[in-house]
Unconditional design. Structure first.
Length: 444
């Protein structure tokens, strides 16, 4: 137990620390005005509570742990996305935005007092196990999540590669909770993938917005555009939980040559921003369809809203998550950090999508293939070239060049994507129809 002098000094330190946080939130170090007496009275109560815990709690408690708990609770009460970060958590967050961390690969948040999966990250243990956007995590390794903070939940789910974590999940439509036993792994996030669905229609998927996402997308687009004039692009932002605001702006800028991309407005004018598009050297005037769903949040909603309002893309899928706030990471003097909601963002037309989300132009739910449909796909249909003694074409050769192993594998991926994903399939049909009607119109 601490001595009386140490207790007094501890109380003073805690008041100073908390005052510093309050001044940081207010964004000002101006003298306190009249009417703030209640704040200091409450701080005295907080100090009194800490002192009583220190003196009477059944087991000794670390003073630093108590102070951090008080700060964590205060920040957590603001909104689901603001949080206090310890030095280790702050460093881990900075590492994650660079593209790698160790865990199971899910983005989570609290919604309606439940710990919810915003989206699984493609190719990760959670994704492979079948965890879905909208799943509610009710237990982590047997511990109920309703009393956990968001960071406590993140910390419990993450861990060293090769270790196991058990998640108990409630899913809409399921009769009982689902149990998932996942082996943690290093999550290297390749944020952009692309392929050609047809010789002239491309597909690009962004799984998250990291430090090099716009640069990587531009490289992928250049690969799709090389040697051909694209007639359309499907940009897949489904289950994309977001990431860096700057990268969302840069991604939208790849497809726009003028107009507003996004604007933000905060309590302080320093948080006000209006990002506009720049004239690009590469002209990308082909039609674009963006795929979204309930797992599309934050930065992905900025891109979708920007291209929708600028009449640059058609949005297809289901309503997005609806995270219209901007968080700023504010470093603190001891290496810890404050993840604080500092602004709201608005689409070019002035819409705030907070809680309401982006409403697609074409609403279409994802429908997984039924077992019967899967059975119908088993086997390869017999074609003319498979018949014994079939005639060749007028060149006397089989049509088409021989494909490499890599080309065959890509062909399988394209076929599986189109056959098993009704949203991609419909988007492709729309782009094909779009080009057909454009040609008819140009010839009339």
């Amino acid at each position: 137990m601490l001595s009386k002098n140490k207790r007094v000094s501890f109380a003073i330190i805690s008041m100073i620390l908390l005052a510093g946080v309050i001044l940081l939130i207010n964004g000002s170090s101006r003298p306190v005005k009249a009417g703030t007496d209640d704040i200091y009275k409450n701080m005295e109560i907080l100090t009194e509570v800490i002192r009583l815990i220190e003196k009477n709690y059944v087991e000794p408690e670390d003073p630093q742990k108590l102070i951090q708990g008080a700060i964590r609770g205060m920040v957590q009460s603001l909104d689901p996305h603001s949080s206090f970060l310890t030095k280790e958590e702050h460093q881990e967050l900075l590492t994650e935005t660079k593209g790698t961390f160790s865990g199971v690969g899910i983005e989570i948040s609290f919604k309606d007092n439940a710990l919810m999966v915003i989206s699984p990250i493609e190719g990760t243990p959670a994704y492979k196990a079948g965890i879905q956007a909208g799943d509610k995590i009710i237990r982590i390794d047997g511990k109920l999540t309703n009393d956990m903070s968001l960071l406590d939940a993140v910390k419990a789910i993450r861990g060293e590669k090769g270790t196991k974590v058990n998640l108990t999940i409630m899913r809409e439509g399921a009769d009982k909770p689902l149990e998932f036993s996942l082996i943690r792994d290093v999550i290297p996030i390749k944020s952009v993938r692309s392929l050609l669905l047809t010789p002239k229609i491309g597909y690009a998927r962004i799984s998250t917005f990291q430090a090099k996402t716009a640069q990587d997308l531009n490289t992928e687009l250049e690969g799709l555009e090389k040697g051909r004039k694209l007639e359309g692009l499907i940009l897949d932002l489904r289950n994309n939980p977001g990431g860096l605001l700057s990268q969302a702006i840069d991604v939208a800028d790849l497809f726009l040559d003028s107009g507003v991309i996004v604007s933000t407005k905060g309590r302080n004018s320093s948080q006000d921003l209006k990002a506009t598009a720049h004239k690009e050297k590469v002209e990308r005037n082909y039609p674009i369809i963006i795929l979204v769903n309930g797992g599309s949040a934050s930065a992905s909603e900025i891109v979708a809203g920007s291209l929708q309002d600028n009449k640059r893309a058609l949005i297809l899928g289901t309503r997005t998550f609806g995270k219209g706030s901007v968080q700023t990471i504010l470093p603190l003097s001891d290496g810890s950090g404050l993840r604080l909601t500092t602004a709201m963002y608005y689409t070019p037309s002035g819409r705030s999508i907070q809680a309401s989300g982006i409403v697609p132009d074409v609403e279409l739910k994802f429908v997984p293939p039924t077992p019967e449909e899967e059975k119908e796909k088993v086997g390869t249909p017999i074609r003319e070239k498979d018949l014994k003694g079939h005639m060749t074409n007028n060149t006397g050769e089989e049509a088409g060049p021989q494909k490499t192993t890599e080309e065959k594998e890509t062909g399988k991926k394209v076929k599986n994507l189109i056959e098993n994903d009704n949203q991609v399939r419909y988007a492709l049909q729309l782009l094909q129809s779009w080009n057909i009607f454009s040609k008819i119109n140009s010839n009339s």
